[in-house]
Design a protein around this ligand. Structure first.
Ligand code: PA5
Length: 454
């Protein structure tokens, strides 16, 4: 059974005339679907080639096999798209309960001095390898973490020992990380040309940490290929990526400017975080492709299983009608936990005895879905038959293609991120990077503005 997109509760039949989407509304886009697919296919979208690039899977597997034989920990130094995909794969498919964990993998991302030094202090450096991942090769956070680690490894093991403990994943030809990797004679894997960070989970950036954790990356890619077939069908109602894009676009159009991704599996929390970056950074744009000011986008929010039933759900059921919910449900969890029958005769205890945590979490997911639907709150779900590599491959590919399609609907470019550039330049200025002196000046002036504090 494949990954399923269930959109029943987005329709008027489930949540009512006002809240739901009608066949007629969806039908208004009739003919658009062909255009969307054609447009996306006419463009060179290198992320769509990744499921077929066997050479990447092979070089990743070969290197991972060699490294996993010697090291028990991998620390992935990267941020955004250079971390989130790998993290999502490792969390869902490896971990202490997996059958095939080889290496523990950490994704520190943030340059928080406290958590980063705590992580470094906890490592057995002898048995730790680091991957430094950056497409551009110049991201401040990744570069800074790498410099700390590089120094640590050289002082502890010398240049040879350092070289053995680092793999660089970056552009095959250009960029400052490529340059240093060559100078330092590091082992490298390619971050392929034209593949944007947030669309990179199926290239070595996401596959290397997964392979180190013992995940079958060929199965992940096979899942993506299966989904690719489904995403090329021109019948809207048979194409999950097109439906996902159109239904969320229409929901946004009707005032639902937020989408809550809600995994009922802790192991899928990073997969929801991965989507959050993909949807936010791709669709949140000031300008349309024609240059008009549109301030497009839909805000992705992440909630967590039953935990957020006791935190966010009240707002989602009775608060503003500005959200659409997407559950991530799992049919078969990796583990069954039985609730023992202790023979307690007190009502709050007795009905649970002899059941499982699995049946409880499933009942709660469906109960939440039904109560939202009864309250006229549109919701949908992506159903994983089980947490298997093939379904994670389907999940990533479905949402990547849906994001590309949504870009066409919103009439923006989903592959750039001009809004984050200014902050990067100001940081370079503040940190004294050559060529950014004007930004330092600007920042220094800005800091002098009269503030109001209490
Ligand atoms: O999706 C993107 O392009 C970004 O989120 C990048 O992945 C992130 O900024 C890290 O960039 P880089 O891989 O160049 O270090």
């Amino acid at each position: 059974m494949p990954l399923i997109f269930d959109y029943t509760n987005l329709l008027t039949g489930a949540v009512g005339e006002k809240a739901g989407l009608s066949e007629a509304e969806i039908g208004k886009l009739d003919g658009t679907e062909e255009k969307i697919i054609r447009e996306a296919e006419a463009k060179w979208l290198p992320f769509r080639e990744l499921p077929y690039r066997d050479e990447y899977a092979k070089s990743v597997s070969d290197l991972a096999r060699e490294c996993a034989g010697r090291f028990s920990t991998l620390v992935n130094l990267g941020i955004g798209g250079s971390s989130l995909g790998g993290n999502a794969l490792v969390s869902a498919l490896a971990g202490p309960q997996g059958n095939h964990q080889k290496v523990s993998v950490f994704f520190p991302e943030n340059v928080d001095p406290d958590s980063f030094s705590r992580l470094l202090d906890s490592l057995d450096l002898e048995k730790t390898i680091f991957s430094v991942v950056s497409k551009s090769g110049s991201t401040a956070e990744t570069t800074a973490q790498f410099l700390v680690v590089r120094d640590l490894l050289i002082s502890r093991f010398g240049p040879g020992g350092y070289r053995e403990r680092v793999v660089a994943i970056t552009d095959p030809k250009k960029g400052d990380l490529r340059r240093l990797a060559e100078e330092d004679r590091l082992r490298t894997l390619p971050f392929p040309d034209g593949v944007g960070g947030r669309f990179s989970v199926l290239c070595p950036a996401g596959l290397f940490p997964a392979a180190m954790a013992g995940i079958d990356i060929n199965e992940v890619l096979a899942g993506a290929r299966e989904m690719d077939k489904r995403c090329r069908v021109s019948d809207l109602f048979q194409n999950p990526a097109l439906l996902f894009a159109i239904l969320l676009y229409l929901s946004n159009h009707k005032g639902r400017g937020m989408v809550v991704f809600w995994p009922y599996s802790d192991l899928l929390i990073p997969a929801a975080d991965w989507f959050r970056q993909l949807w936010a950074e791709s669709l949140g744009k000031r300008n349309s492709v024609d240059g008009a000011v549109v301030h497009a986008g839909q805000t992705p929010i992440r909630a967590v299983g039953v935990t957020d039933q006791h935190s966010q759900l009240q707002l989602y059921i009775e608060g503003p009608r500005d959200k659409v919910i997407c559950f991530l449900a799992v049919n078969d969890y990796r583990t069954v936990v039985e609730i023992p029958d202790a023979g307690i005769k007190i009502p709050s205890f007795s009905y649970l005895q002899g059941k499982t945590l699995n049946s409880l979490i499933r009942a709660e997911q469906e109960a939440t879905e039904m109560s939202l639907t009864k309250a006229g709150r549109p919701n949908c779900k992506l159903v994983f038959p089980r947490l298997a590599a093939i379904h994670l491959g389907e999940y990533f590919y479905l949402l990547e293609v849906a994001t590309a399609f949504a870009g066409t609907l919103f009439q923006i470019d989903p592959f750039d991120q001009p809004g984050v550039e200014e902050g990067k330049k100001l940081t370079f200025g503040m940190m004294g990077r050559e060529g950014y002196e004007d930004k330092l000046k600007e920042f220094t002036e800005w800091r002098k503005r009269p503030g109001k504090i209490v």
